[in-house]
Design a protein around this ligand. Structure first.
Ligand SMILES: Nc1ncnc2c1ncn2[C@@H]1O[C@H](COP(=O)(O)OP(=O)(O)O)[C@@H](O)[C@H]1O
Ligand SMILES: [Mg+2]
Length: 236
């Protein structure tokens, strides 16, 4: 297993945001976690990244417990996050934002090739490379956040609600790129989403997170047929 989360708890003061979450992701898998607003999706990813502390349980990456490993060390080990609402640096140019993704990357060479590669995935970033990131649309900022993470040569990409606020056409485009990265480059991706239809559509397995706990899990095509999922998450 590339990633194993065992009985994970996250607390913010009295708020118990994750209440014993267990999940696993194999090398080369694209796994999604679907859940409503406030279910604990960001808490889960931020805890795996080390941005919020685990209040109990274990996180293993490549078989090694990383609970006490600092964020930058997790990044150096290959864990990269596309944070909720992209969180690009607004005053830096698109190009400078991309460069920040290189900090602590595992392989040092090949910057030009990596830039060419992300520009081929998202040509708009090349067109806008000298503009401040604040001038990009929401969708373009998401593309920048994904590309910045890719420049870090990730072994595991954590993607937090990349579809939030995007037009359906853009959601399709971004999800298509994530799916391609997984299929063609074998990139391991853990995707958390409110957009259940899109994320069940590109993942092999999924978990349903409800108020801090896993309520359901299974192959995504089976969850797409599940009555409870269809009613609560697909509006069918
Ligand atoms: N920094 C924080 N301080 C206090 N409560 C928080 C904080 N971040 C999240 N929460 C609470 O934790 C719960 C889970 O939030 P979150 O992980 O952001 O869910 P999601 O990403 O699924 O919307 C919610 O009840 C939310 O209000
Ligand atoms: Mg969130």
């Amino acid at each position: 297993m590339l990633l194993e989360v065992r009985d994970l708890h996250v607390y913010y003061g009295d708020i118990h945001a994750l209440d014993g979450v267990s999940l696993a992701l194999d090398e080369g898998e694209l796994v999604s976690v679907i859940g409503a607003n406030g279910a604990g999706k960001s808490s889960l990813l931020n805890c795996i990244m080390g941005i919020v502390p685990a209040g109990g349980g274990k996180i293993l990456y490549g078989g090694r417990e990383i609970n006490n490993v600092k964020v930058h060390e997790r990044a150096a080990a290959g864990i990269r996050i596309v944070p909720e609402r992209a969180r690009v640096f607004p005053r830096l140019t698109v190009y400078e934002n991309l460069l920040t993704g290189r900090f602590g990357a595992r392989d040092k060479g090949g910057l030009e090739e990596k830039l060419e590669w992300v520009y081929s995935l998202f040509p708009v970033l090349e067109e806008r490379k000298t503009q401040p990131a604040s001038t990009l649309s929401g969708g373009e900022q998401q593309m920048l956040a994904i590309s910045r993470a890719l420049l870090g040569d990730p072994g595991l990409l954590l993607v937090d609600e990349v579809s939030m606020g995007l037009m359906p056409l853009l959601v399709d485009k971004v999800f298509e790129v994530l799916s391609m990265l997984n299929r063609e480059r074998g990139l391991s991706i853990l995707l958390v989403e409110q957009n259940a239809l899109a994320s069940l559509g590109i993942s092999s397995r999924s978990y349903v997170l409800e108020t801090g706990a896993i309520a359901l899990e299974g192959p995504s095509d089976r969850l797409l047929e599940d009555e409870r999922v269809r009613e609560a998450y697909l509006g069918l």
